[in-house]
Design a protein around this ligand. Structure first.
Ligand code: C2E
Ligand code: CA
Ligand code: CA
Ligand code: CA
Length: 282
């Protein structure tokens, strides 16, 4: 038993060392990803629930990492946490926002406009002292009007120095940017911030949508979020909508905007361009 314990320990330690090495390698590779053109923006279309009109797109990052002549797609859930912990997210996030603003401006200039893009902001970025200036520069340099930009923040970013957070959100609002609360319903913060913070949109987390048509508790939560948001003057987006049945329920409850595989997966820029062109003809 003693031996088995030691083996187990050694095995664990080996695993652990390998995991640390993997992480370090990822950090080093990620540092070069922008310069090597390995990061790409994908766009997931969002549709108005009542008439299925395309009304925006969420920007989702993809990392096509080139190793030994092979390209491997690293999902954001793997590298965003590493980018956060290492602080690289400040540079990567700046690149994402600037690229998103420029892309939308290009579509507008080409006469295939999209009403808005929605960009995910991480906690580390949001608390960076230069965050507001960075956003202003991204808008200024791209000449994109601020009402075409939405930032997605999460509940976990609304805890801590409440006064500072409130001031920052109010400044973003004053610039004319829209604010969405992502993964709504999964965080730990109290609901009182909904009263004080200028949030325009609630994004119902896809975990609720997934179970909604099987579990009446999820359906009730979804209905309650929609009613609460509406009573506070907010719009509601449902994400992760995959089936006609889910869509039907959401339309019946007057959910405003739908995003999910039912309509489209996230698309690379050229595919999004094709989609915008075909929507324009309709
Ligand atoms: P999120 O912001 O909650 O994004 C929604 C995720 O759901 C995306 O995964 C999207 O591809 C996926 N999704 C969309 N429709 C469906 C559907 O119908 N069914 C299912 N099962 N999934 C769907 P993705 O692109 O892998 O991104 C994962 C997470 O990584 C995001 O969650 C976000 O937290 C983070 N992330 C992605 N892009 C960025 C970025 O540019 N900046 C930052 N800071 N985080 C990002
Ligand atoms: Ca999001
Ligand atoms: Ca989400
Ligand atoms: Ca999520």
């Amino acid at each position: 038993a003693k031996n088995a314990g030691r083996n187990h320990y050694q095995f664990y330690r080996k695993d652990f060392t390998a995991a640390i090495q993997d992480r370090l390698n990822m950090e080093i590779n990620l540092r070069n990803a922008i310069a090597k053109n390995e990061l790409q923006l994908y766009f997931q279309p969002q549709y108005r629930a009542k008439d299925r009109v395309l009304c925006g797109a969420e920007v989702l990052i993809r990392w096509f990492h080139q190793v030994d002549g092979q390209i491997k797609m690293v999902p954001p859930n793997h590298f965003i946490p590493v980018a956060e912990e290492s602080g690289l997210i400040v540079d990567i996030g700046r690149w994402i926002l600037r690229t998103a603003c420029k892309q939308l401006k290009t579509w507008q200039q080409e006469g295939i406009p999209l009403p808005q893009v929605s960009v995910n902001i991480s906690a580390r970025q949001f608390s960076d002292p230069d965050f507001l200036e960075m956003v202003e520069n991204a808008l200024g340099d791209s000449e994109l009007a601020p009402e075409h930009l939405e930032l997605e923040i999460t509940e976990s970013m609304l805890v801590g120095d409440i006064k500072r957070i409130e001031l920052q959100l109010k400044r973003l609002k004053k610039m004319g940017i829209h604010l969405a609360l992502d993964d709504f319903g999964t965080g730990y913060s109290s609901l009182s911030y909904l009263k004080n913070f200028p949030i325009d949109v609630l994004k119902i987390d896809q975990s609720f949508i997934r179970e909604m048509t099987n579990d009446s508790r999820d359906a009730n939560i979804v209905r309650a979020i929609i009613e609460m948001g509406h009573s506070l003057g907010q719009k509601i987006i449902a994400e992760g909508v995959e089936t006609e049945k889910q869509l039907g329920y959401l339309v019946g409850r007057e959910c405003d905007i739908i995003q999910g595989y039912f309509f489209s997966p996230p698309l690379p820029g050229h595919k999004m361009t094709d989609l915008l062109c075909s929507e324009r003809k309709n």
